[in-house]
Ligand binder design. Structure first.
Ligand SMILES: Nc1ncnc2c1ncn2[C@@H]1O[C@H](COP(=O)(O)OP(=O)(O)OP(=O)(O)O)[C@@H](O)[C@H]1O
Length: 258
């Protein structure tokens, strides 16, 4: 088991995880834990399996017919690689924010409470409170509080991405997965989302895939370097960037490949 800090309180424990697309193996014997209320960055060259691994954690790969996962991922002692798992409940506990923001063609208000509506919650007081809490949590409340009934599609790209973060936190998840959440944003919007990630760490465990090593260094507490489906090195972000133990990690973070 590769543990960056044995004293850290683990929320996710991954053991002997293998992942296949048909006969092609994408992840090889991953063993790692994710500490609670910390930000962990997954880095590595294109195709090394970062997104595949992220999508294992909320079983999004179930949507790929030819996929197969072996091994164990426990989230607070719930085994998620199990046939009888309630996948809807898992995705409430493990929210996800994608590379490209994906607001629904609905009002800002309805976007935020989408998960609550699905769960059959229609009490206006609860919905109003959730909208305010979530938009405040996503640093968006002041910008949109006077136009909650406007279409979300009229927002800027950076606002839409923060709206997707508000939608993720509306259902009180434990973990938020972010798959290159800033790659479609301009530098100013990127800085706002990065600040937000640092604030969200007080309440949520965040796992972020990023191609941008400066971003990993800025926002994360821990960093995991993947290469060809293998976890090569995992540790405190400062240590991994300043004194990598592995030659491949060093070559990657110094820009020699990838
Ligand atoms: N739906 C799929 N079907 C078949 N193979 C896939 C599928 N998705 C990904 N793969 C393969 O799995 C491997 C890992 O891909 P993955 O997207 O997880 O890597 P990544 O590190 O996130 O890459 P990138 O940084 O380019 O997004 C690659 O060889 C990729 O071609």
């Amino acid at each position: 088991m590769t543990t960056p800090n044995p004293l850290a309180d683990p929320v996710i424990e991954v053991e002997h995880l293998d992942f296949f697309y048909g006969t092609s193996q994408a992840l090889f014997d991953l063993n790692m834990v994710f500490p609670r209320r910390q930000v962990t960055a997954l880095i590595g060259p294109s195709g090394c399996g970062k997104s595949t691994f992220l999508r294992c954690i909320n079983r999004m790969n179930d949507l790929v017919d030819i996929s197969r996962m072996e091994g164990s991922i426990r989230i607070d002692d719930t085994e998620i690689n199990s046939g009888d798992l309630d996948v809807i409940e898992l995705r409430r506990r493990v929210g996800m924010v994608f590379q490209k923001s994906n607001p629904f063609p609905k009002s800002i208000y309805e976007n935020v409470i989408y998960g609550l509506r699905i769960a059959g919650i229609n009490d206006k007081k609860i919905l109003d409170e959730t909208v305010e809490r979530s938009l405040k949590g996503a640093g968006l409340w002041d910008e949109v509080k006077d136009r909650l009934q406007d279409s979300a599609l009229g927002m800027s790209g950076g606002q839409m991405q923060r709206l997707c973060i508000a939608r993720a936190i509306a259902v009180n998840p434990e973990v938020i997965l972010m798959d290159e959440p800033c790659s479609a944003l301009d530098p100013k919007s990127t800085a706002r989302v990065e600040d937000l990630i640092k604030e969200l760490r007080d309440d949520y465990t965040i796992i972020i895939v990023t191609h941008n090593m400066q971003q990993a260094a800025r926002v994360s507490d821990y960093t995991a370097f993947f290469f060809e489906g293998v976890l090569v090195e995992y540790g405190k972000t400062g240590d991994l960037f300043m004194k990598p133990k592995n030659k491949q990690t060093e070559d990657y973070i110094t820009g020699r490949f990838g």
